[in-house]
Design a protein. Sequence first.
Length: 432
Amino acid sequence: MTDTDRPTGPFSDSEIEQLREQFPILRRKGRTGRPIVYLDSSATSQKPQRVIDRESEFYAQHNAAVNRGTHILGDESTEAFEDARAQLASFVGGQTNEIVWTKNATEGINLVSYGMLNASLGAGGSAAQQFAVGPGDRIVTTRAEHHANLLPWQELCARTGAEFAYLDLLPDGRIDLDTLNVITPNTKLVALTHASNVTGAVSPVDEIVRAAKAVGALVLLDTCQSSAHMPIDVGSLGVDFAVFSSHKMSGPTGIGALWGRSDLLATLPPFLTGGSMIATVTMDSARYLPAPNRFEAGSQPVAQAVAWAEAVRFLRDVGMERIAAHEHTITRALLDRVNQIEGVRLLGPSAEHERIAVVAFEVEGVHPHDVGQYLDSESIAVRVGHHCAIPLHAFFGVKSSSRASAAMTTTLGEVDQFAEALTNVRRFFGGM
């Protein structure tokens, strides 16, 4: 079947059931003895059986160190490892040599941040000076960021004397484009999330990229909340770097990736150094391999990369456009049901077209941890806490929240179960 032959629009009831059958954990029973309603996909996605099998099969049949041995297992593992790189690159619209394996998206962001720090200290010579920052330069992010896309830039500014600034938010948590003026001519890099892990708000990437490019700034995009829920094409987005996380994309834990434009990766100084990333070494100096290998010091997560490639094939087989359409329907249902519950305050925009299926909320008079425990007693799994986004919660005047986040396997029936249980929370704790 070609892409043009694929069905479009949300899944039918039979299709969603066939899809759910591929995820063994969805048959797990919760505390009520009923199947768990899993509404915590923003924290980590569940895995289809074919991804689980692929990782196991690699260990059973092909396991060996990559890019080292000359035996058959080494050849097979290296081929599978590099094929995984090509699969992810194709999925996000990049080139194979533009994918750097990391242990997670956080490491990918730090790789760029520390690369810029090293350039600021003179590493990489004149070719790396485009990454150097110091007093008078500026790094810009947004108030909507996960700590992973906030702290590395705070640290870079603290260590180099560069200015730190951020785009602010509208009252509903969307990025306020009237604050684009913080992207000044001295801005070296703008880092932003594609979609908030708290409000679900989708960032106006086009407008922000346009403002950044107008002053010659680089752009880094955090796709952790978008890459499993909508089509991604890094070329069309116009960004310079993007980070991805396998465990958010139906893949295994312990691996992420940085995509970077090949011309930038060619001159960015490495962050980690050691084995597997060198061309030659003497007792006085070293010369590094070309990108992406120069950024991949040490033993690599080979089985995880191979299984992630299988997850990418799975997402492609299901169809990212269809996943997005289905989750659009789920988002509307979540918003409608939550907004009808007395004493529950939604954090984030009220229109489904402005967000993904991530719904954080505050229950009047009930601590989020109590909300989460009550829902767990009803076999419903949600996330509670500050979701690694304390400044964003402070913007809404709360310390933490509860969060329901859907996926391609979420059904309207599960939304109804969640809403019914949430309706009873305040009554259970004596708040109404």
